[in-house]
Write a protein that binds this ligand. Structure first.
Ligand SMILES: Cc1cc2nc3c(=O)[nH]c(=O)nc-3n(C[C@H](O)[C@H](O)[C@H](O)COP(=O)(O)OP(=O)(O)OC[C@H]3O[C@@H](n4cnc5c(N)ncnc54)[C@H](O)[C@@H]3O)c2cc1C
Length: 566
């Protein structure tokens, strides 16, 4: 008997279940540089205009669909670690997805690891910072070894005979990921190993010992015995390491292979199980008599490695600014397409308030970052040098700390599809706290600001000279700066109050830069919302009178087939 039930004539039984409409699409195939007015203006203003043609090319690459997919792949297929090969040889090998290698290769071939050292001069740091900002929007994790390689150079230069051998390979635009001795490579990468189990912020508690193999002293060989509890990118070819020499805590350069071609016993125990930063391998290691050369003076290890750390802190500013820009771009793009209650989201007043606020925060972050890039290009100028000393700590603290909530709010703008793992948003969100925690966590940055204020009082003048360049242009800013100046002179309970003071220093600087350089609707909105408003606890609380539509139109990247909607 035939049991098949036939649909009744005219029935929709086999028809589509629903009409598909009002869907957003991926933000791809756009020029990440050309579509970023705040970045472009900063590059031109801060001395990097000569780099615009290559930045425009680079922005086309980083905004292309295939290239953005590398970021997804590098985080989906995470690094795998083998202690030994199948025969029993110790190899300490971390294997990465090809997408990770491609990101590393592009970074190195474009000089993100070294260009200001090989071609210094006006705009060198600005151009590199802009490129790093673009590449960081594609993927953050691979930026860790790129940053460490870049940052190692100033520290290594304190030991010229080591630098003369190592620097050419560090700065070469050649990516060679092979697990072989440095002698066999044209290009190498450098990591950093300071943190131990008993203390990361307070490296004075480091217990790793350094035993001289000969006379000892700067440039000489030692054997290191101990452990390092966080060593990111353990496939780097060498590491700057802190250890206790007979004369106190000192800095060392430790290669992964000895010059005789044997394996240096810096043994990786396991990879960390991290909540974010998934493409980047971070490891726990033991040093079992590992060969290393002293860099800088014995007993002055912190002083030496701080040359590296201040660079990595600056890169945290770039990285978190990049995270904010990508989060804002995703939200702005989505809300220019998606409608609810009969209107496109970015035309609805409450959503306009949220989007404009996210865009403001992002613009303030990149503006401050690029200003410090300029200062790094002009360190022979005392004012610029003092700004680098002070504002790297202020900016690292503030920008990195503003990022996690910014990522979450951008995710909320996108709604449910923003929570999905096949969106970029969960990655941005999980990455967001990392920059705030490593390279000196928030409190440590604030204490560093206090150290600078007390040890180098000239930084206070430099700070106010810089902020005062906007004096008289905005009443709220003038009032805010006057209050801040009063509080900076009052040293009572300064450590307890440090976050409050540093927050306000960051806001004053960002406001001053925006008022002077950004369109009036941006500077005004920033001052009214950040300097005047009491109780600005959430994004989307911009006061009346802000031209949110103009801010949104300025910040929305236009991808193929997508207008700003405004
Ligand atoms: C993903 C990842 C990768 C890392 N990779 C590396 C690496 O490659 N190499 C490396 O050396 N390290 C690395 N680290 C370690 C990182 O630098 C440390 O975690 C960081 O410096 C903090 O040290 P800690 O974890 O020991 O915390 P602690 O030093 O115990 O600090 C805990 C908290 O106390 C605060 N604090 C500390 N001192 C004070 C104070 N005096 N007053 C008030 N508050 C204070 C800190 O700000 C922090 O919030 C990595 C960390 C992460 C998360």
């Amino acid at each position: 008997m035939n049991t098949r039930i036939e649909p009744a004539q005219g029935s929709l039984y086999l028809a589509d279940t629903h009409e598909v409409s009002n869907l957003s699409r991926e933000l791809t195939d756009y020029n990440m540089y050309m579509e970023d007015a705040a970045l472009r203006e900063a590059v031109q203003r801060e001395g990097g205009q000569w780099a615009e043609p290559e930045l425009a090319e680079f922005g086309k690459l980083t905004g292309s669909a295939d290239y953005l997919e590398l970021g997804n792949l590098a985080n989906k297929f995470t690094p795998e670690f083998d202690t030994h090969d199948r025969f029993g040889n110790r190899i300490d090998l971390v294997k990465f997805h090809p997408a990770y290698h491609q990101l590393m290769k592009t970074s190195i071939e474009h000089g993100l690891h070294a260009s200001p050292w090989t071609v210094p001069g006006p705009g060198a740091h600005v151009a590199r910072a802009a490129k790093s900002f673009l590449h960081g929007q594609v993927e953050a994790g691979h930026g860790c070894p790129i940053t460490m390689t870049f940052a190692a150079v100033p520290a290594l230069r304190l030991q010229p005979e080591l630098a003369s051998v190592w620097e050419p390979k560090i700065t070469a635009r050649v990516y060679d990921p092979r697990n072989v001795p440095v002698a066999q490579k044209q290009g190498i990468t450098i990591g950093m190993a300071m943190t131990e189990k008993q203390g990361g912020s307070d490296v004075r508690t480091n217990s790793t010992r350094a035993y001289p193999l000969g006379t000892g002293g700067p440039g000489q060989a030692y054997e290191l015995v101990g452990h390092k509890y966080f060593v990111s990118a353990p496939m780097c070819d060498a590491f700057l390491v802190l250890a206790q020499a007979p004369g106190g805590l000192s800095c060392f350069l430790l290669p992964r292979w000895r010059p005789d071609g044997s394996k240096n016993p810096m043994q990786v125990l396991r990879l960390k199980k991290k909540m974010g930063n998934a493409s980047n391998a971070s490891s726990e290691t033991e040093l079992r008599g590992a060969l290393a050369w002293m860099v800088g003076e014995e007993g002055r290890g912190v002083r030496t490695i701080i040359e590296m750390v201040s660079m990595t802190r600056f890169d945290c500013m770039i990285g978190s600014s990049a995270g904010m820009r990508m989060a804002a771009s995703q939200a702005l793009h989505h809300c220019s397409i998606r409608s609810a209650f009969g209107n496109v989201l970015n035309q609805q007043p409450l959503m306009q308030n949220v989007l404009a606020d996210l865009a403001l925060e992002s613009e303030a972050a990149v503006t401050l970052t690029m200003r410090i890039a300029r200062a790094m290009d002009h360190r022979a100028d005392e004012h610029e040098d003092l700004l680098v000393r002070l504002v790297t700590a202020v900016g690292k603290y503030w920008i990195c700390k503003r990022t996690p909530n910014h990522a979450y709010e951008a995710m909320e703008c996108i709604g449910g599809s923003g929570v999905m793992e096949d969106s970029m948003m969960p990655r941005l969100y999980r990455e967001a706290p990392v920059n705030a925690i490593w390279e000196g966590s928030g409190n440590v940055q604030c204490l560093d600001v206090l150290r600078a204020l007390s040890k180098t009082p000239a930084v206070v003048d430099a700070f106010f000279t810089e902020v005062s360049k906007a004096q008289g242009t905005h009443v709220a800013l003038d009032r805010f700066v006057a209050e801040l100046a009063k509080d900076l002179r009052d040293l009572r309970d300064f450590e307890y109050r440090a976050r409050d003071v540093v927050d306000r220093m960051a806001l004053a600087l960002q406001a001053s830069l925006l008022v002077r350089n950004a369109p009036a609707f941006v500077g005004d909105a920033f001052c009214h919302s950040r300097l005047e408003q009491v109780g600005h606890h959430n994004y989307g609380t911009l006061p009346r009178g802000v031209d949110a539509a103009a801010i949104i139109a300025r910040a929305t990247p236009k991808a193929a087939g997508n207008g700003s909607g405004i």
